[in-house]
Design a protein around this ligand. Structure first.
Ligand SMILES: [Cu+2]
Length: 688
């Protein structure tokens, strides 16, 4: 009787709650929607763990007392998918009912038995390997699920739905053409029948947008452009009578968050385009580098907050926004936060987009040719990385954040890689802390003129770290009620674009490290409690789940092209019953700036200023045989050259536009080289 009454009461109460928050009775997948509204528990069903993107799990079997005993339960290699220098592995696996789903940098999807690691089915994307509009490594940041389907975006700018049981394609919807500069790298969000997807391409002169698709059919229900057309809201922040806003970037690199009670979907936008040249786009340039709230059902604008006005530093808001509830000055508040490339966490009220703790507009240095904004928003509280650069020989000026520049390079920190790049920032309701990954790196910022060509790079300058300069990182707990540092680790490697993290009710923050280590920290104190070598760059954010009463933590380990960490195709799962020990450490990533990325073979020409990027060597890294020659051709507009770095053992001399010179390499060795007039340009020749 008691239980009968209890269930009647529960049903009535649930109905009451349902009608209070206005949930439609016809929810397409009521179970998934309910799970998405709660913190992650036994299952991890969306990239950010839930609609909040907190990456917080209620599981406690693995905790501060016993984490030292954690061992590998299984490790599975994904059949060579995403193996190669051009790839990054940044996806969080999803887990539901004992099955894990994971996507690689080649947009290939695998279903695994989450208890054993056995591969159950495979989807091979077959994407065109000649896609030339990938900005920063071939990457996919993850999946969403609902209505028995898995959803993801591909680098060819299609959104795809697979049957979760079989891996068969249910539908594919192109939301753009990659040939026009677009790609998709972010994990989508599923909720209440809609799939929300961002789009990338901010380095290719595109017009950013959030697209909502019908989960059943892929039909596009609405799209909200992050750059205003003529007469639209924000159009007065672009020069009148021009179409600069139509190629102004503001792309979306991250998974949205959603508040079902408020009916709002939230996301953050990337840099303005062209990245480093603001000379032709006078104004604040909405909605670049902004946090935005839209009505989740219709895509109608509700509010925005711009982190960087008239961005010329590539200061994307690339990390996912995080929703959290807190108490400030005795009042319950609904918060939203995002860790920017500027090194600050921006904390707002998610009902209206107003600062929760305080963000002050302050005057900043000016450069009239760049049409710099008069003021920038400065959050109260602590930055997580240094915001001033130190002098470097060969560079005239070292300066602090928001220093403008023109054609003479200026060293600035943070660089355009952050601060915090794409890496997520978990939040623990238990500690009230955000866990912020940071990158410390010099950027040598210089502007050059650039002409827009459809589907070509359109960046208007450079922010390369000078060859030989130090790079490192930080991992910081920020108190969400004060925006001040609770504890901070300085790390040997950059974390803002890798070393992803997540947090549990067991009092643990787990984070990967680009050197392959997987690390557990005490979430309250930061004390390191456990460390395990995965054998590959551990740059993806981990997840937690439970099968048959056994709780696991899992991480994809496959390295990161921008981090220069060891590439691979491994997924690791750990539990207290695990038996597997660590692997040998892979080669560690660079801590000193220099060429990174794929090494080309079979190449005999280096195009200087190629791919519509004036200050570039294309390809920047090559492997040749002893006795072979490389022909350096200046296809840029300015005089350039290639000179062996430090020892000047060989030199093309400075060549005018169209000039070329062949160099024969008679000794084996590893040669770095720079362009003497532009020492922030560099390349590498490996002679074997
Ligand atoms: Cu040059």
């Amino acid at each position: 009787m008691r239980s009968h009454l209890g269930s009647w009461f529960l049903a009535t109460a649930t109905l009451g709650i349902l009608s209070l928050v206005g949930l439609p009775a016809w929810a397409a997948d009521a179970e998934i929607d309910r799970m998405l509204r709660s913190p992650a528990g036994k299952d991890w069903i969306t990239n950010g763990g839930g609609l909040t993107n907190q990456r917080y799990s209620t599981l406690t079997q693995i905790n501060t007392d016993n984490v030292g005993k954690l061992k590998g339960a299984w490790m599975t290699r994904l059949k060579g998918s995403g193996v190669g220098g051009k790839y990054s592995f940044e996806a969080s696996p999803l887990v539901k009912d004992g099955i894990m789903y994971v996507i690689t940098g080649n947009d290939d999807v695998f279903a695994l038995n989450a208890k054993t690691g056995e591969i159950l089915w495979e989807y091979w994307s077959g994407i065109d390997q000649k896609i030339s509009t990938v900005c920063c490594g071939w990457v996919n940041r993850g999946l969403a699920m609902g209505e028995g389907l898995l959803f993801f975006g591909q680098l060819d700018a299609q959104v795809v739905a697979l049957d979760m049981k079989t891996g068969k394609v249910k539908w594919k919807m192109p939301i753009e053409k990659w040939e026009n500069g677009f790609s998709i790298t972010s994990a989508p969000l599923y909720y209440d029948g809609l799939v929300y997807s961002g789009i990338s391409g901010g380095e290719f002169g595109v017009r950013g947008r959030l697209t909502a698709l019908d989960a059943k059919t892929g039909e596009i229900k609405w799209r909200w452009y992050t750059l205003p057309g003529p007469g639209e809201l924000g159009s007065d922040t672009w020069p009148p009578g021009t179409d600069h806003s139509m190629r102004g970037g503001a792309t979306i690199w991250n998974t949205p968050a959603l508040d079902p009670d408020l009916g709002l979907v939230y996301f953050a936008t990337g840099n303005c385009g062209p990245d480093y040249d603001g000379s032709m786009r006078e104004g604040d340039n909405l909605f670049c580098a902004s946090m935005v709230a839209l009505k989740a059902k219709t895509g109608e604008y509700v509010w925005h907050f711009q982190q960087v006005h008239h961005d010329i530093w590539d200061y994307d808001a690339a990390s996912p926004v995080v929703l959290f509830d807190t108490v400030i000055d005795g009042k319950p508040r609904k918060g939203i936060a995002e860790a920017g490339r500027t090194g600050w966490v921006y904390i707002l009220d998610r009902t209206d987009g107003k600062p929760l703790i305080g963000i002050d507009e302050k005057p900043v240095p000016q450069e009239p040719r760049q049409k710099t904004a008069k003021t920038q928003p400065i959050p109260r509280g602590d930055a997580t990385v240094p915001q001033c650069a130190s002098p470097v020989p060969g560079f005239e000026k070292a300066a602090c954040i928001f220093e403008p520049f023109w054609e003479t390079p200026v060293l600035i920190q943070p660089s355009g890689l952050g601060g915090t790049n794409w890496s997520p920032m978990p939040y623990s309701p238990q500690t009230g802390y955000f866990y912020v990954p940071g990158t410390i790196r010099n950027g040598s910022f210089a502007r050059f003129g650039d002409t827009f060509k459809l589907g070509q790079r359109y960046v208007g300058g450079t922010q390369a770290a000078p060859i030989g300069t130090q790079m490192s990182g930080t991992f910081t707990a920020i108190d969400a009620t004060t925006n001040k540092i609770a504890w901070q680790h300085t790390t040997p490697y950059r974390l803002g674009g890798g070393g992803g993290s997540s947090v549990t009710a067991g009092g643990l923050v787990f984070r990967g490290d680009p050197d392959g280590s997987f690390i557990a920290l005490d979430a309250k104190t930061g004390k390191e409690l456990w460390r395990f070598q995965t054998g590959f760059g551990a740059d993806a954010p981990p997840v937690f789940y439970e099968v048959d009463g056994e709780q696991f933590v899992a991480i994809a380990a496959g390295g990161n092209q921008l981090q220069g960490s060891a590439n691979g195709d491994a997924v690791w799962a750990f539990s207290l019953k695990g038996q597997l020990g660590p692997l040998y450490p892979p080669p560690p990533p660079q801590t000193v700036a220099g060429p990174v990325g794929p090494i080309a073979s079979g190449v005999n020409t280096i195009r200087i200023g190629g791919n519509n990027v004036e200050y570039s060597f294309v390809p920047s890294r090559v492997r040749i045989k002893k006795g072979e020659s490389l022909n350096f051709v200046n296809v840029g507009d300015l005089p350039h050259g290639a000179t062996a770095w430090q020892k000047a053992e060989w030199d093309t001399g400075v060549m005018p536009k169209g000039g070329e010179k062949s160099i024969t390499f008679v000794e084996t060795g590893n040669y770095y080289y720079i362009c003497l007039p532009h020492p922030w340009m560099y390349g590498q020749v490996i002679v074997e």
